[in-house]
Design a protein around this ligand. Structure first.
Ligand code: GTP
Length: 648
């Protein structure tokens, strides 16, 4: 029954043209009529279209008619009529296929989404931009696809471009896959060249969904994504592994521990289209009616409540990499912020949030994100979709710290351990190590015995002429070069290890500018290693501002201190009194600047006359400022927090 189904995805380095190629596939298969076509039709989120990047993965089902007829039970009503129209013009020997494509995000922050998509398909089109050749993330996603046991179909894209280097790119791909060059397809997502051939090859090389090993009756499906609708609650996107599912069947989300009966069942054409049932090997959606956040999770298994099958392997929660706190500009919006975060989590299970309070900023949330782009997207969505004015603190990674007192005791109750059980810190904490994911909570230098931090293995692909400018960067970012390889005719692959902290300190941007944009970078998180880092705090009018705290390499502490004080001095508006801005680390002041007071002419209204009257007013002003200063309240506008977080 599933012999006519082909499930595949497109994997590539960012901007190599996945979404544009997907547009052509939709067009060639007649899934979307040409007149209704708009660019990158699968990128539906406003932010995706604006920035030209794919943030959410999007599944789409196409019916492809090279030959004969498909099993009618697999088709929707519209597809049946479309098929009969096409078939009336075709011979009996022609056959139709259901092709399920999952368009995946290209940015490294969303690698988890890609890994889930790969679990739902049997094949992957590896797309390489002919103007750029193989890039760092081509290697990372290829590795993931290979690990998932997928059939790889290599294709060179953008062959229409005058800058295309098709033969060189083919050589690189052949080297990478150890395959003959004539197996590599040539396509253009822009002009549609080679797209019909690509479809033919997908049907030929991608195997139909595997028949389940066990012939157990019962239904089982993997959740590879989900969405939330105000109206109907969570809509889970599933790949059916065993059996079939219909509306109102009794089902269970195994990890979510929640029973439900689907209100609706259907497929993506690309809009959600109702269908009587979903069968083995199919990709579609179930409308669950569940309205609580945190229950639906990517990677979970859904099975029949009556005849339950065991969970499918490989479920894991994505671990946040970057942490930052989000506060409402006005405390009146605190509840709105909570509701908005809950809402966002209904459609994006990969970020976490937990309430916290800070003296200066009031009540807010500590949030964990998959990377800097993910953080930017979530905070931007809070501003746009929920109209919230928010303050975001300096992002930080997690550190594991052994305090001197814990070391002295041999073990210790972690600070995390004192929190509620649900805390993500608790799940991660090893007995003696305290997990810190906010720089403001990082212990001061004197209290620390040892600190551990995550490292990454990074890959850079660069033309050789940029090796020179890149080398000092590696040193500056504490990276170790593990290997250098020649890659293709005119490129080098560098494999290096470095602390995640240093990668987050603008390494991406530095690599791009040192190589005039020609080098590409990809990374994977590795184990924790011992770190030599300290907390750097900023004081305004002798008061610590926790939102400005950061953890920095000890060898860079002075440079960082000076830069931070300088930056804050430049952007903090003058106060009514003289304000000191200081950076403190290692128990001493590393850098200090004084912000002059705002000048207010209190004697301006006096015209000529007795100087003693002016003296009296000046004296009063001086005393007033002194009182204000003693009160110590410096108002830091939200845009200052924002600018301090932004690099540069
Ligand atoms: P992410 O989803 O952000 O990873 O990007 P993507 O891989 O989906 O790439 P996208 O389809 O957004 O294309 C990136 C850029 O390349 C856009 O400016 C496209 O117009 C351009 N592009 C895509 N395909 C082709 C092609 O075949 N030829 C030419 N000349 N340009 C193309």
């Amino acid at each position: 029954m599933s012999a006519n189904i082909r499930n595949f995805c497109i994997i590539a380095h960012i901007d190599h043209g996945k979404s544009t190629l997907a547009d052509r596939l939709l067009e060639v298969t007649g899934t979307i009529e040409k007149r209704k076509m708009r660019e990158q039709v699968l990128d539906s989120m406003e932010l995706e279209r604006e920035r030209g990047i794919t943030i959410k993965m999007t599944p789409v089902r196409m019916v492809y008619h090279p030959d004969e007829t498909i099993d009618p039970s697999l088709l929707t009503v519209n597809e049946k009529s479309q098929k009969s129209k096409v078939n009336s013009q075709k011979s009996d020997s022609e056959q139709s296929y259901v092709l399920n494509l999952i368009d995946t995000p290209g940015h490294i922050d969303f690698a988890y989404e890609v890994s889930r998509a790969l679990k739902a398909v049997e094949g992957a089109v590896l797309l390489v931009d002919a103007t750029q050749g193989v890039q760092a993330q081509t290697l990372t996603t290829l590795q993931m696809a290979r690990d998932a046991g997928l059939v790889i179909i290599p294709a060179v894209n953008k062959i229409d471009s005058p800058l295309a280097r098709v033969p060189e790119t083919k050589k690189e791909i052949a080297l990478l896959l150890c395959c003959p060059e004539n197996e590599i397809l040539e396509v253009s997502g822009k002009t549609g060249a080679g797209v019909a051939e690509l479809l033919r090859v997908i049907v030929e090389r991608v195997p139909p969904p595997l028949q389940p090993q066990t012939r157990d009756s019962g239904f089982r499906a993997m959740v590879f994504d989900f969405q939330y609708s105000n109206h109907t609650g969570v809509i889970v996107f599933v790949r059916v592994q065993n059996g079939e599912v219909k509306k109102a069947d009794s089902l269970t989300l195994i990890a979510g521990k929640q029973g439900f009966k689907p209100i609706d069942v259907g497929v993506f054409t690309p809009e959600q289209t109702q269908k009587e049932k979903l069968s083995e090997g199919e990709i579609g959606y179930l409308v669950t009616g569940i309205k609580e956040p945190g229950i639906a999770r990517v990677g979970d298994t859904i099975t029949s409540a009556v005849h339950a099958l065991p969970a499918l392997p490989g479920f894991e929660l994505p671990s946040p990499v970057v942490w930052a706190s989000v506060y409402p500009e006005s405390q009146d919006d605190f509840n709105l912020l909570r509701q908005s975060l809950d809402r966002l989590r209904l459609s994006d299970s990969s970020f976490v949030h937990e309430e916290e309070a800070s003296g200066l900023l009031g009540r807010g949330f500590r949030c964990g994100f998959l990377g800097m782009l993910h953080m930017e997207i979530i905070t931007e969505r809070l501003r746009r979709e929920f109209n919230l004015a928010i303050v975001v603190t300096t992002p930080s990674i997690t550190y594991e710290v052994v305090t001197k007192s814990a070391a002295a005791q041999g073990f210790g109750e972690t600070r995390a351990g004192k929190r509620a059980d649900a805390s993500p810190e608790r799940a991660l904490a090893s007995p003696r190590r305290e997990i810190i994911y906010s720089a403001a909570r990082f212990p001061s230098y004197g209290e620390i015995a040892e600190v551990y931090e995550p490292w990454v293995e990074a890959r850079i692909i660069t033309p050789p002429e940029y090796l020179g400018p890149l080398m000092p960067l590696l040193h500056e970012h504490e990276a170790f070069l593990k290997t250098t390889e020649n890659f293709g005719e005119n490129r080098n692959l560098l494999i290096l290890e470095m602390p995640l902290r240093e990668l987050m300190r603008g390494f991406f941007d530095d690599v791009k500018s040192a190589s005039s944009g020609f080098a590409s970078l990809s990374y994977e998180i590795q184990e924790l290693r011992k770190a030599d880092v300290v907390k750097l705090e900023l004081l305004v009018a002798e008061e610590v501002v926790p939102a400005f705290s950061r953890v920095v390499s000890r060898r860079r502490v002075e440079t960082e201190a000076e830069a931070a004080v300088e930056k804050l001095h430049k952007i903090l508006p003058k106060q009514l009194f003289v304000t000191k801005i200081q950076a403190v680390a290692l128990g001493r002041i590393m850098s200090s600047r004084t912000l002059r007071a705002m000048q207010k002419d209190v004697t301006g209204h006096l015209y000529g006359g007795d100087r003693t009257r002016k003296m009296k007013l000046w004296q009063q002003q001086k005393e007033g400022k002194k009182r204000l200063k003693e009160g110590g309240k410096v108002r830091i506008p939200p845009e200052v927090f924002l600018k301090m977080v932004q690099s540069g």
